[in-house]
Design a protein around this ligand. Structure first.
Ligand code: SAH
Length: 381
C-alpha cells in the first residue's frame, strides 16, 4: 500500500473516542482497536504507530498509510527560576503559540492555548495586541498536553528525578485553558479536546482539574453547560458595565447581568461547586474599596471564588499593577463581606510566562551564514 502524503493523513491525536472508533472501523478494523490506540497515545505517550506492539502488524501497516500522530513542534523552551517552564510551539512559518507548565508539590498545572492570538481585544492583555491569527485544531490543543508530558518525562528519565506530582502517573495533573486565545470562540475544536482530557481512556483528568477560562461569551456558556463538564473561570475584571465595557469589550455585547445569569445556570446544570472569577488588579482603575463593595453587591451569597491577579506588565501597556497593600486591602474587604477572594501568586514572570504575557510571535530571522533559521520571540511594543 502506498502511504498518503502527511498532510492528507488523519491525525489520530485530535479524535475523541467515538470518532477514533469510527475511523478504525472505516479502515476495516474493530472499534476496540480505537480504545487500544488511545491507551498507547495518551497513557503511554507513544506517537509512533509501528511501536504499538500489541496491535496486529497488518493493522499497524494499514493504519500507518492513512493516519499518524502529529504533535506540535517546539520552537523554543524557557525555564523560570521558580521551576515554571514555557514552550513556544509552531503554528506556521511566522506564528506560534505558547504553553506554560507550573509545578507544585501536589500538582502539575499546564496552561494551554486555544487560538493563535485573540480577537477580543481586552485592553490589559498582551495577546490582544497581536490580533487574531487562527484557531488551534483539536490535535494542537490536546497535543500540548501530550508534548508537555513527553518533555517532562524525558527530563525525569535523564536526570533520574521523577516528575510525578502527588504520585500521579504523569506530570500534567491539571489543565487550564488560560493561555492564548478565547477558548469559547473556538468551541468546535476546544470541546472535543476537553473530552479527550476527561475520557478515562484518554488523560483521565477529573472534571474539577480541567478549567476553562472565558472572557464571557454568554451563548457558548449555555451550550457548554449542556455539552461538557469542566470547571469554569470567568474573567470579570470590573464590577460595573461602564468599566467592564472598556477593559473587556465583549461586555458591550454580553453585559455583566447576562454573564452572571449564564454562570448560575452553568453551575446548576453541572451540579458544580463554584465559579472562579478572575480580577486583574490595575492601579487606579478597578482597585478601590468602592469597587470591592460593588463586587460584594454582585457576588455575595453566590458560590464563587474571586482570584485577584496582580497585573503583569508588558511593553507598550498603559496600565500598572496595583501596589501590594492595595491588593491585600481589596481582598480583605471582599472577605470581610463574605466573598472568598485570594491573591494569585505570580509564576514564571521572569520568562514572560505569567497571565497576559503570552505573545507567541515568531520572527523569522535568516541571519545565519549556513542558512538555518534562527527564531526568537518578539514581544510587540
Ligand atoms: N480568553 C480567556 C483566557 C485567557 S487569559 C479569558 O479571557 O478568560 C487568562 C487570564 O489572564 C484572564 O483572566 C485574563 O484576563 C488574564 N490576563 C490577561 N492579561 C493579563 C495581564 N497582563 N496581567 C494579568 N492577567 C492578565
Amino acid at each position: 500500500m502506498t502511504a498518503m502524503p502527511t498532510t492528507l493523513r488523519t491525525n489520530l491525536l485530535g479524535l475523541p473516542r467515538p470518532a477514533l472508533e469510527a475511523f478504525v472501523e472505516g479502515i476495516g478494523s474493530k472499534p476496540f482497536r480505537g480504545r487500544q490506540l488511545m491507551n498507547w497515545m495518551y497513557k503511554r505517550g507513544e506517537s509512533d504507530i509501528a511501536s504499538m506492539t500489541d496491535l496486529a502488524k497488518d493493522f499497524r501497516t494499514s493504519l500507518a498509510t492513512c493516519a499518524d500522530i502529529r504533535v506540535p513542534e517546539i520552537v523554543t523552551e524557557q525555564r523560570s527560576t521558580d521551576g515554571t517552564r514555557k514552550w513556544l510551539l509552531r503554528a506556521d512559518a511566522s506564528q506560534a503559540f505558547e504553553m506554560v507548565y507550573i509545578p507544585e508539590p501536589d500538582r502539575g498545572t499546564l496552561c494551554i492555548s486555544s487560538q493563535v492570538g485573540c480577537a477580543l481585544d481586552c485592553s490589559f492583555c498582551s495577546t490582544a495586541q497581536q490580533g487574531f491569527n487562527r484557531n488551534l485544531s483539536t490535535a494542537e490543543i490536546v497535543g500540548q498536553v501530550w508534548l508537555a508530558n513527553h518533555e517532562l518525562m524525558k527530563d525525569a528519565a535523564e536526570t533520574g528525578v521523577p516528575t510525578r506530582p502527588g504520585g500521579s502517573p504523569r506530570p500534567v495533573t491539571n489543565v487550564v485553558l488560560m493561555g492564548m486565545g478565547e477558548p469559547l470562540a473556538n468551541y468546535r475544536n476546544v470541546v472535543p479536546a476537553m473530552q479527550i482530557l476527561l475520557d478515562d481512556l484518554g488523560y483521565d483528568i477529573s472534571r474539577r482539574r480541567v478549567t476553562l477560562s472565558t472572557s464571557g461569551l454568554v451563548p457558548q456558556i449555555y451550550r457548554l453547560a449542556e455539552e461538557c463538564s469542566v470547571a469554569l473561570a470567568v474573567s470579570l475584571h470590573a464590577p460595573n458595565d461602564a468599566l467592564r465595557d472598556q477593559l473587556v469589550p465583549i461586555n458591550r455585547k454580553h453585559p455583566i447581568a447576562d454573564l452572571l445569569e449564564a454562570c448560575w445556570v452553568y453551575l446548576e446544570k453541572q451540579n458544580g461547586r463554584c465559579i472562579t472569577f478572575e480580577y486583574v488588579m490595575l492601579d487606579g482603575v478597578n482597585d478601590s474599596e468602592a469597587h470591592a463593595l460593588e463586587l460584594v453587591h454582585l457576588l455575595r451569597e453566590r458560590p464563587v471564588k474571586l482570584n485577584l491577579i496582580p497585573f503583569n506588565t508588558f511593553p507598550g501597556t498603559r496600565y500598572h499593577c496595583s501596589p501590594p497593600q492595595v491588593i491585600r486591602r481589596f481582598r480583605d474587604v471582599l472577605n470581610e463581606w463574605g466573598v472568598i477572594a485570594t491573591i494569585r501568586r505570580t509564576r514564571g514572570d521572569d520568562i514572560d510566562a505569567a497571565c497576559g504575557q503570552l505573545v507567541g510571535r515568531v520572527q523569522d530571522r535568516t541571519t545565519s551564514r549556513l542558512g538555518e533559521k534562527l527564531f526568537s520571540v518578539v514581544v510587540q511594543a
